[in-house]
Design a protein around this ligand. Structure first.
Ligand code: ADP
Ligand code: MG
Length: 701
């Protein structure tokens, strides 16, 4: 399948001389990968050095300053081995240049080896740091040594790669050198005019420059070689997304065209009017679903912006068309909550809703699956796991994925590309900046809910030192006796002697001293039924304070809860704080959020909490988050750099992303099966960037 020309790029590293399986494991670890078996030559070629060592400074012995790397051209005068019986004493090689004398110093040295490396009477190049003792210079264990006649192999500028314990720079370099030596000459897949206009090198030249930087400027993301490779990486991603998407859209799409009857009944049963944003999002979705192409749309809306009802109306349209729609939530609590919200509205509209979660077992479960298979249920609400299990649908027209900000879009698209798949609506509260949407989803259609439903009160946010906990409790007492409800978030579940944090369980106990039975508790380690009971108690008002871990972070909707206390707020990321705060400010009461922090805050900690106080705008918070933590965190992956990329740094290459998107679209418009010369070259690009699963979607092999 893979063109033979690429074979040298896909040899395992163990085929290199001096590289065994153990080294490969270390190389994989240094790359942050856990699939050592899959590491190939090409992965080394695409591994960027992050620093360089400059050995060009050649001041002469007398002018070598301490602690800087210098290269000296020396005449070797004599060898002075350690005296017999004193193996701890150093072996010295005395040498000079025009400016002075120096001792090259070695501990535990092998005489034979040194006599060969530094022969008496020869001129040699050595590089390393010089130390001065009592006015005498010495260089302990030079980093590099070579005979002058051999100077070609002496790199004046050395690339530095990420290493790991047990992996030496030398060994890694050895592997990279072999990878470079084996690199085939490949046909160009980028447009010649584009390369020229942007001053970008060809692929082979770019790879060579990547590994042999001329100076520090070559390491910057916008150095031509890096930009070229970053563009390749982006184009490979966009091209594979575009291929998958084209494929998905080509599957026999079932146009969904309801008469609006069910939607009207739902709208009539709603206690509110839709916002303009909700209305236009619904229109976007219905328009998509009416066409023969399959819908692939992202609904982006800040916490509390009212995404659920948009999804419900889209699902209702499917019921009108005689089919089914499924809503997948990331957690059991959320699935049940959606079910509780939707069931009465569905009843008002005379349609059947089925709940199906991983927790349901036995008869209950098989009965639910039965109703889904027979088509008795039009709306199905459940957890993600379900969609992967083999539940067969009677006539599934739409799948809605809720709160899916930890997405692996490529994977999911692949899943839907497998068989017949319904229209897709992905809903996220994470205000992903446009560049990230593009890089993660490709050219996906996006609807945004930018306004909050009318009547929402702003949430007042305060930062309070833990030392003033007593005041907070006093005020909470007043609020509770006024009939208000509060969440109290703790970072931990149980006592742990590793930490001085108050656990949720301890906090519940402490608050019970003041509030008695009005304090509930919910956390991730509780049994499912206990969690439900705790949420129900809080919803119905049997409890007034709900102590919780971040299980309430995503999506929980209890409109009359109006106080959010976050203990150890300094431990949470901005996105998480925003999500948590989004649990209040949903009803008509003025709401407040209290960020409790302990001790002195770090600068970043202070900056985070101040941003929370300044704004409720999710986009602004996401941007600040991006600035403070890097994109990785925002998408729930913790790698450094831009998530999922090797060479791309979206803060420097954002412009390339747009170009790559357009390029990918254009390429497929004129060469749908990548069958032209350029198309064939582009297939190589997909292999190189491990996007070859997309190639299987092409018709012509
Ligand atoms: P999210 O976008 O965070 O999922 P939800 O769909 O849970 O938001 O909606 C949050 C709350 O706002 C719910 O209580 C919902 O009933 C309410 N809501 C949704 N749309 C409107 C609207 N147009 N006017 C008033 N309240 C609304
Ligand atoms: Mg929601």
């Amino acid at each position: 399948m893979r063109p033979n020309i690429l074979d040298p790029l896909f040899v395992p590293l163990t085929s290199f001389s001096g590289i065994g399986p153990k080294t490969v494991t270390l190389v994989a670890r240094a790359m942050g990968r856990d699939d050592a078996d899959e590491v190939r030559s090409v992965d080394l070629l695409l591994l960027p050095p992050y620093r360089l060592i400059d050995r060009r400074h050649q001041p002469g012995v007398a002018f070598a300053t301490e602690n800087t790397i210098v290269t000296l051209k020396l005449h070797v005068d004599r060898h002075q081995p350690a005296p017999p019986g004193r193996s701890n004493a150093p072996y010295r090689v005395l040498a000079h240049d025009d400016t002075g004398q120096i001792a090259l110093t070695f501990f535990h040295a092998r005489q034979q080896w040194l006599e060969k490396a530094l022969p008496i009477g020869e001129t040699v190049l050595v590089s390393g740091k010089v130390e001065w003792f009592n006015g005498r210079p010495s260089m302990v264990h030079p980093d590099r040594m070579a005979l002058e006649s051999d100077a070609e192999g002496f790199p004046m500028i050395e690339a530095v790669y990420p290493l790991t314990a047990g992996l030496s720079a030398k060994l890694l370099q050895r592997a990279i050198d072999q990878a470079l030596a084996g690199m085939p000459v490949l046909p160009e897949w980028l447009d010649a005019a584009f390369l020229e206009r942007n001053g970008l090198p060809g692929f082979n030249a770019a790879i060579r420059t990547l590994h042999t930087p001329g100076d520090a400027l070559d390491l910057l993301p916008n150095a031509p070689a890096r930009r070229r490779l970053a563009y390749d990486e982006l184009l490979a991603g966009q091209l594979s997304l575009a291929l998958v998407r084209r494929r998905v859209r080509k599957l026999p799409g079932r146009p969904v065209d309801g008469d609006g009857a069910i939607r009207d009944r739902i709208l009539a049963a709603l206690p509110f009017r839709l916002t303009d944003g909700q209305r236009s999002a619904v229109t976007d979705i219905l328009t998509d679903m009416k066409s023969r192409e399959r819908m692939l749309r992202l609904l982006q809306g800040d916490v509390g912006s009212g995404k659920t009802v948009v999804a419900l109306l889209a699902m209702a349209a499917c019921a009108e068309a005689g089919g089914q729609a499924v809503l997948m939530a990331p957690t059991e609590i959320l699935a049940r909550q959606h079910h509780a919200t939707i069931a009465p509205l569905a009843e008002a509209a005379s349609i059947q809703v089925e709940l199906l979660t991983g927790r349901m077992k036995g008869k209950e479960r098989s009965a639910a699956i039965d109703r889904i298979e027979k088509g008795d249920a039009q709306l199905i609400i459940g957890t993600h796991a379900l969609f992967q299990e083999s539940v067969t649908y009677h006539d599934l027209l739409l799948a809605v994925v809720d709160e899916q900000h930890r997405f692996g879009v490529h994977q999911r698209l692949r899943l839907t590309a497998k068989g017949t798949a319904p229209h897709m609506l992905v809903m996220t509260a994470t205000p992903i900046p446009r560049t990230l949407v593009l890089s993660a989803f490709g050219d996906m259609d996006v609807s945004r809910l930018t306004e909050k439903p009318a009547g929402r009160q702003p949430v007042t946010t305060a930062m309070v030192d833990m030392a003033r906990l007593g005041d907070v409790v006093t005020r909470l007492k007043q609020a509770v006796s006024d009939g208000r409800k509060a969440y109290w978030i703790c970072p931990l579940v149980e006592d742990s002697d590793l930490s001085d944090l108050m656990s949720a369980e301890q906090r519940q106990e402490a608050l019970q001293q003041e509030f008695g039975a009005l304090v509930g508790l919910v956390h991730g380690r509780m049994k499912a039924a206990e969690k439900d009971a705790a949420m129900d108690d809080f919803k119905s008002g049997r409890t007034r304070i709900l102590v919780a871990t971040t299980v309430v972070e995503v999506g929980v909707d209890i409109p009359d809860a109006s106080i959010m206390v976050i203990e150890h707020a300094e431990r949470f990321g901005l996105a998480q704080l925003h999500q948590l705060r989004g649990r209040v400010g949903r009803g008509h009461d003025a709401s407040s959020c209290i960020l409790l922090y302990k001790g002195s805050l770090s600068d970043v900690g202070k900056a985070r909490l101040s941003i929370m106080r300044e704004t409720e705008d999710g986009f602004r918070i996401a941007e600040e988050d991006l600035r403070l933590r890097g994109e990785g965190e925002l998408l729930g992956t913790r790698q450094s750099g831009s998530p999922g990329f090797r060479l791309v740094d979206l803060s420097a290459h954002g412009d390339l992303l747009e170009t790559a998107r357009d390029d990918a679209r254009y390429i497929l418009e004129i060469d749908e099966d990548l069958a032209t010369e350029r198309g064939k070259a582009l297939r190589l690009l997909l292999y190189i960037w491990r996007r070859d699963e997309a190639i299987r979607l092409l018709r012509a092999g």
